[in-house]
Structures are given as C-alpha cells and as structure tokens.
Design a protein around this ligand. Structure first.
Ligand code: NAD
Length: 493
C-alpha cells in the first residue's frame, strides 16, 4: 500500500462529493504522517443527504427482499476482495495492529452474512387464522435511519447498522467518527455502490452534522454507538420528533475471578489479559476492572503479570510480533494517563506490562502507552468507576461472592461482564449480574457471537444489535386485522 494520503468523499444521493474543507487524519504511530483527508461536511450537506434518503425510502421499501439480499451479498464479496487494503488503511489511521484490523473486518462480514441468511425468516409475515377471522403481523421498515459511529471499531460498528437497516427496507445516512473516518468510508462506499442512489448516504464532520442527523424531522430512527454523554445530547435532540433509537454506549465491565479459578490455567489467564488489552483497551466491552477472591489474590496477580508480560508486545501496527498498537488519539492518551496518575497519587501501585518493540523516539512521538495494571486502588477511585477506554486495568480483591456481585453491579453501566471459575459456580454468579452479556471463563470480543443480541443495560444503552433483535430493531410491527365479527356486541344500536 502506498503511503500517499488518500482523499475520502462524501456520498449524497449516489454522487461522490468532495468538500472544500477537509480534515486530516494522522497516523497514531507517527502523528506527523497524514494517512488521509476526510470531508468536513456542513449541516446543509447533512440536510441534502437526509432529503435524498427520505425521497428514496418509499421506492426502496417496495423492493423485494430477494433483491436487497442479492445487492448486499455483492457488497460482501467486494469487501472480502478488498480486505487486505482496507485492513492496512484501518491500521494506519487507527493504530490497531494489522491482525486486529483483519479481525474487525472478519466480524463485520460474519454479521453481514448472518443478516443476509436470516432476514427473510426474521421478517416473515405472521399470518394467523383464529376464531375471529384473520390477523397479519408484518415487519415494516421505519424510514430514514441516521447512523452515528465511534472511532474504536469504525467498520464493524457501521456494518452492524447498515446491513440490517437496508435489508429491512430502510434508507440511511451514516456519519463516521472524525478520529477513524477513512477505512469505514471505503466500506460504506463499496456498499453504497451496490444500491440505488439515496439508499446509503455518507457524510462526515463534527457534532453539528451529528445534531442535524438527530434533530431533522425526516429522520425516523437513530442508530448510535458512542459515549454515554453524547447519547444524552442525542436523546434530547430526538425527543422533539419522538425518534426510534438504538443506543450502544460506554461500559465499565467487571471481570469476577472466583475462589475456584485455576490461576495456573495459562490459557485462561491469557484470555483474561487479551480481554483487557486487545485494541489497546479501546473496546466498549473490554474487561475494565478485575475483582479477584482474596484467597487467590496474591497468586493471581503474580500469574496475571506473568501472562501479560508474555502476550503484550507494544509497537508498530505493521510489525507482525506486535499485539498492542498505539492509542488512537492524544486526548485519549492524556485521559488514560490522568486516571493512572490519580490512582498513583492516592497510593495505588502501577506496574508496567509487556515489552516495547519500538525505539524510545518513536514511542514518545507516537500515541503509545505501555499497558499497566493498577494494584491497591480504592473501590470508588476514578480508575475503578470511570470507563478508562485504554491500556490499563485495576485489580481489586473481594471477600465473598455477594460482595463481588455488589461491586460489579455498583455502576451506572451494564454492558458486558465476565465470571471466571468453576462453570456451575460461575453461572450462579453470572445470573445475578446486571449486564447485557455475561461470559463465563472468557471476555470481550473472544466471547462475542453475532447470532445473539448485544447491547447494554442501565446507562450502557437501549436496544440490541446482532442476532434476530439486531434485524428487528430496524422494523415497525404492523398489525392488519380482518375480523369476522365486525360489530361489537356491547355497543348499543
Ligand atoms: P463519542 O460519543 O465521542 O462520538 C461518537 C460519534 O458521535 C462520533 O461520530 C461523533 O462525531 C458523534 N457526535 C458527537 N457529538 C454529537 C452530538 N451532539 N450529536 C450527534 N453526534 C455527535 O464516542 P467516541 O469517543 O467516538 O467512542 C468511544 C465511546 O463509544 C466509549 O464510551 C465506548 O464505550 C463507546 N462504544 C460503545 C460500543 C457499544 O457497542 N456499546 C461500541 C464501541 C464504542
């Protein structure tokens, strides 16, 4: 792949469109290298894109489901063919190692294929003959969907919305994050090219474009993945016209390590380390605080550090030995560092993990952070209660299962969680955790299955993506009643 910066275009009503103003996207491993330029769209551009989607909606909603599936399958094949270039672009603009970028694209394709394979069955008309005639329940498309995505998984969090929305007969305007806009746009472009103009539109920009996408009365549904604070603004924006909403938000996922967890199980320990540091910890569903039963705490910490030192190799995303790349942006580095500094100032011990495979100058110039584990933090310290979204994790002891469950649940968040130990014991604990997903003896993307719904409880979100629910969430239920008894007996003549 050439290192020449690429220029991304917006897509409005099937036309590729370059803006005068563009936003450079830097390489987090070498911030003075520009990977590409994204358009800076205006609110007016967003309005044009929404108008195009709105006009196209009735036509697209009328197409057969077979046609929609056929078009989506063509897009899937083209994304498959382009995976090597897209993965390289993603690693360069995002900072995640190449294996991780390829993994993200693989998961995206898996979901798109699941959506194509299952949409017919899930959206099938339900016709019921009964004692009072016949009732038909249909799953109708909703209308124009505004999709707004974050920077950490820009491709999968776009395709998780595009595939079900379009297959169900909706049209869409998508806005990726300015912090990873390039590779996702390439994927959106491939998909949009397979559909009629106006079905899938792409605009870029900051909050002003996001505000148009969430207030415009022609938008019927918002599909948002991002931070909880942003979601609060979006809910207010959407209130005026009562829009449908799927919100996939932040998390502070607990990993509970029970007294019967085998600290000598190297594979399990490696899975736990990965569940903390994959994508440099910038995953909504990463295990962000570890609670360990006091009877095994000391051995656990020793073995955890051993496993982390083995797996974590920090460096350039294109170095095949590397497992952890730089953090995506400077602001995030500063935020994560501030949480670590705060914990240290309160008396916690911070231990560096793994090896660094880049020289000191590159490390300092890039947005690198050496992963750390934080010991001795208080249960209510910011490093424990805030979502760090970066390469550090606190480990804290607990006395008994009851306390562990309370600690896990004592959070405004409830995205995923994990319980580690003997299976039956772990299941008992898992059932009492407030979360959208709880995994046993694994965590984060390692336990993700696109066939089952994913989403959060409490302030981690509303609604579900993936699985049958992930398709149904882009539909309205429409009941058509054909009653036999047309006159109600209790209404007087
Ligand atoms: P963010 O909320 O800052 O930004 C997300 C998107 O919203 C961006 O495209 C941004 O430009 C846009 N935006 C900003 N202000 C807006 C406004 N007022 N109206 C409309 N749009 C607006 O999030 P981020 O920093 O990009 O992503 C990190 C967060 O996302 C973390 O909290 C993480 O946990 C969460 N996340 C959640 C999931 C999930 O599935 N639950 C997945 C990935 C990330």
């Amino acid at each position: 792949m050439s290192n020449e910066p690429i220029v991304i275009e917006a897509i409005i009503n099937g036309e590729k469109y370059r803006t005068e103003k563009t936003a450079p996207r830097e390489n987090p491993a070498r911030p003075n290298e520009i990977v590409g330029y994204a358009p800076v769209n205006t609110r007016e551009d967003a309005i044009r894109a929404i108008d195009a989607a709105y006009e196209q909606f009735p036509l697209w909603a009328k197409t057969s489901i077979d046609e929609r599936i056929e078009r989506m399958r063509r897009a899937i094949q083209k994304i498959k063919d382009a995976t090597p270039e897209i993965a390289e672009l993603l690693s360069r603009e995002h900072g995640k190692p190449l294996y991780d970028s390829k993994g993200e694209i693989a998961v995206s394709l898996m979901w798109m294929e699941y959506a194509c394979d299952n949409v017919k069955e899930v959206l099938k008309e339900d016709v019921q003959e009964h004692d009072n005639g016949k009732t038909i329940v249909t799953k109708d498309p909703i209308g124009v969907v505004s999709a707004i995505t974050p920077w950490n998984y820009p491709i999968s969090l776009s395709t998780i919305k595009i595939a079900p929305a379009l297959l169900a007969g909706n049209t869409m305007v998508l806005k990726p994050s300015p912090l990873a806009p390039l590779a996702a746009s390439k994927v959106v472009e491939i998909i949009a090219d397979e559909f009629p103009p106006g079905v899938l539109n792409l605009v870029h920009g900051e909050a002003d474009v996001g505000i148009e996408l969430t207030t415009n009365p022609k938008v019927a549904k918002i599909a948002f993945t991002g931070g909880t604070q942003t979601a609060k603004h979006i809910m207010k924006s959407a209130a005026e016209t009562i829009k449908h909403m799927t919100l996939e938000l932040g998390g502070n996922d607990a990993a509970i390590v029970l007294n019967d967890f085998d600290v000598n199980d190297e594979k399990a320990m490696r899975r736990l380390v990965i569940s903390n540091f994959l994508t440099a910890g910038q995953i909504c569903m990463i295990a962000k605080r570890i609670y360990v039963h006091k009877s095994i705490y000391d051995q656990f910490v020793e073995k955890y550090i051993e496993a982390a030192n083995k797996w974590i190799r920090v460096g350039d995303p294109f170095d095949e030995r590397v497992t952890v790349g730089p953090v995506n942006n400077k602001k995030q580095v500063q935020y994560v560092q501030s949480l670590i500094d705060d914990a240290e100032s309160r008396g916690a011990k911070v231990i560096k993990l793994g090896k660094v495979l880049v020289d000191e100058t590159l490390f300092k110039n890039g947005y690198y952070m050496q992963p750390t584990v934080v010991l001795g933090a208080g249960y209510n310290d910011p490093i424990v209660v805030e979502e760090q979204f970066g390469p550090t994790v606190p480990i804290l002891p607990f006395d008994d299962d009851e306390q562990a469950i309370n600690l896990a649940n004592d959070s405004i968040y409830g995205l995923t969680s994990s319980v580690w130990g003997e299976q039956e014991h772990a299941l008992k604990v898992a059932k009492r955790i407030q979360a959208g997903t709880t995994m046993i003896n694994t965590a984060a993307v390692q336990g993700l299955d696109v066939r089952f719904p994913f989403g959060g409880v409490k302030q981690s979100g509303i609604g579900r993506e993936y699985g049958r629910e992930g398709l149904l969430t882009y539909t309205e239920t429409h009941v058509i009643n054909v009653p036999k008894n047309l006159d109600l007996p209790y209404i007087p003549e």
